[in-house]
Write a protein that binds this ligand. Structure first.
Ligand code: IMP
Ligand code: MG
Length: 186
């Protein structure tokens, strides 16, 4: 990819939250989590794929010997709207029974995915279960989800970057932005 192509794929995205804003907010969230989970048995659960960058940066701002686990879920629907029918496609590697679990999500949009995950994980008897989400779109909420640690509230726009995708692209953008014109999906 030459310099010009590099510029054009990023310029299809209008920046909403800069890499620096993300880093600053994550350092505050990490400090809060560090304080709140003193003496607890924290398992941070990264909800793949969208949270992979958020988790990697957040984990390094938590000054505690935490465990990290991963799960993936698929929500049936088209590329920009979730249907609410959610399935776990890749599950945790260890039991969370008796653990203090923090679900780390990229975005709570309708809340349907988080509602499903909370109900599912609760049946595994964690000692506590909380939610950390980088982004939240309040106007689209269909389920009342308590977000214990929130990065940013955004308007009802479809965002990409910093882990979030459109048709699996743009996850590697260092910032969060609004897609102007999708790239050729190839
Ligand atoms: P839900 O509507 O809260 O169930 O959102 C479920 C999933 O949809 C999120 O975890 C994201 O993967 C995806 N999603 C929702 N809104 C956006 C967006 O603006 N950009 C990229 N992905 C999104
Ligand atoms: Mg997601």
């Amino acid at each position: 990819m030459n310099q010009r192509e590099h510029f054009s794929w990023q310029s299809a995205v209008r920046e909403l939250i800069s890499a620096q804003q993300i880093a600053e907010r994550i350092s505050i969230l990490g400090a809060q989590i560090t304080q709140d989970y003193q003496g607890k048995d924290l398992v941070a659960v990264c909800v793949l794929k969208g949270s992979f960058l958020f988790m990697s940066d957040l984990a390094r701002q938590i000054q505690l010997p935490i465990a990290i686990d991963f799960l993936a879920c698929a929500s049936y629907g088209d590329e920009t709207r979730s249907s609410g029918i959610v399935k776990i496609t890749f599950d945790l590697s260890h039991s969370i029974e008796g653990k203090d679990v923090l679900l780390v999500e990229d975005i709570v949009d309708t809340g349907l995915t988080m509602d499903y995950l909370l109900t599912n994980l609760q049946t595994r008897h964690p000692r506590s279960l909380k939610v950390c989400a980088l982004l939240h779109k309040p106007p689209r909420m269909q389920r009342p989800i308590t977000i214990d640690y929130l990065g940013f509230t955004i308007p009802d726009v479809f965002v990409v970057g910093y882990g979030l995708d459109y048709a699996q692209r743009y996850r590697n953008l260092p910032f969060i932005g609004v897609l102007q014109s999708p790239i050729d999906k190839g």
